[in-house]
Design a binder for this molecule. Sequence first.
Ligand SMILES: Cc1cc2nc3c(=O)[nH]c(=O)nc-3n(C[C@H](O)[C@H](O)[C@H](O)COP(=O)(O)O)c2cc1C
Length: 187
Amino acid sequence: MRKDFGKKTVITPLPVLILATYDENGVPNAMNAAWGGQWDANEIFVSLSTHKTTDNLKVNQAFTVSFADVDHVKEADYFGIASGHKLNKIERVGFHTVKSAHVNAPIIEEFPLTLECVVKELQEDKTGFILIGEVVNMSADESILTDGKIDLAKLRPISFDSAANEYRVLGDSVGAAFSCGKEFFGD
Ligand SMILES: Cc1cc2nc3c(=O)[nH]c(=O)nc-3n(C[C@H](O)[C@H](O)[C@H](O)COP(=O)(O)O)c2cc1C
């Protein structure tokens, strides 16, 4: 037996992306965004309502995206329930930023993996914006590397569970991609 839920949409896993931007005075801001993902080899997209972040994107045409991790769940959630229109959220949670060497946007030092992006498109429609960003650099703290490569087991990124309104940690590897299905090819 299957149960119909009508138009309710659950996509899983949803990422917990932290978009960081500067405002016109160089004050850094961070917001939580789950409705986003990879758009092309070196491009990402995010569906956005109107926020301090979208104001900042218009001003500087640049942003960074970090991946919220187990160690910073509460801070990541705060970035999604408070607005930079009212206060400096990054200062409030005690995080630190440095300016990206590649784009005019802040890198939040507490998050070990960050994509540094320029705005390729910021399309406005009746409900908000579709942001497409071109990744010009990816930087990672050495603490999440194994043999020089990104190790998600060390990063421990979280995902947003929109069915239960919870954050969940990404689990163990359960198979090699582009490979573990080969047994079905037959001879
Ligand atoms: C789990 C979670 C996911 C969210 N995903 C999005 C999203 O994909 N797009 C969006 O516009 N807002 C999203 N939000 C809401 C924004 O993060 C929130 O409105 C925030 O206050 C905006 O910050 P700002 O005004 O400082 O830019 C999300 C919030 C949470 C808690």
